[in-house]
Design a protein around this ligand. Structure first.
Ligand code: GRF
Length: 220
């Protein structure tokens, strides 16, 4: 049976679109049961049927915990098996993370543990990195610090700007997201005690997206 997936979004929603396209193409056996946003005007919301949308302006809540509680209740009401932050730009509080821990994933545009937080492309360029990438990880209360399931890597070109690097990486991010969600939907990944596993084997190194768009063990 198709896995029930809820997605959290804040912006344009190209990652969400990649998930919708993969489901439509039959390469991801999943159902999007809800799309949730802290930005009522997020273009991402327009990509799904109004019945699947939930949004609220975080500024109209008394504090972070109150917004998170409303979001968590809405997400839970959609009865998801997996909750996926796909371009969700607001920090999730501890209570939200604990409620969905072990089935809460995030896609982050850096080779974690490098560059947690914002401005990842700029920081990779400033550091003179020759390689950049994206990571799909389980979410824990500490920002971008959860167990990494898989990564995609791309070379940094000498004339790259933040924009060219971000744009080139995005295509691979989309493939990474879909590939990891396929594993999640098949019940093949899990997180225990801060370590991710695939098919019951601990992932001491993240899986790697190869040029064919498949995930395989890293050769390190
Ligand atoms: C992506 O780069 C994602 O990794 C980051 O925010 C961006 C969102 O893009 N967290 P989109 O809204 O999915 O197009």
């Amino acid at each position: 049976m198709a896995a029930r997936i809820a997605l959290l979004v804040s912006g344009r929603g190209s990652n969400l679109q990649a998930v919708l396209d993969a489901i439509a193409a039959g390469v991801l056996d999943a159902e999007v049961v809800g799309v949730f946003s802290d930005k009522p005007a997020a273009p991402a919301l327009q990509r799904v049927d109004p019945a699947l949308r939930w949004s609220a302006d975080a500024r109209s809540f008394s504090d972070r915990a109150a917004f998170d509680a409303a979001l968590a209740d809405a997400v839970a009401a959609s009865r998801p098996e997996w909750v996926v932050c796909a371009g969700y730009m607001r920090i999730l509080g501890d209570a939200f993370v604990q409620r969905f821990r072990g089935r809460l994933l995030n896609i982050h545009p850096s080779l974690l543990p490098k560059y947690r937080g914002l401005r990842t492309h700029a920081r990779a360029l400033e550091a003179g990195d020759r390689e950049h990438g994206a990571s799909m990880h389980f979410v824990v209360p500490e920002l971008d610090a959860g167990a990494v399931v898989a990564q995609c890597r791309i070379p940094v070109e000498p004339d790259d700007s933040v924009e060219t690097l971000a744009q080139r990486l995005l295509r691979f991010e989309h493939r990474l997201l879909v590939a990891v969600l396929a594993l999640a939907a098949a019940g093949r990944i899990a997180e225990h005690d801060g370590l991710a596993s695939c098919d019951g084997h601990a992932l001491f190194n993240p899986l790697r997206l190869d040029s064919a768009g498949q995930l395989s063990p890293a050769d390190t």
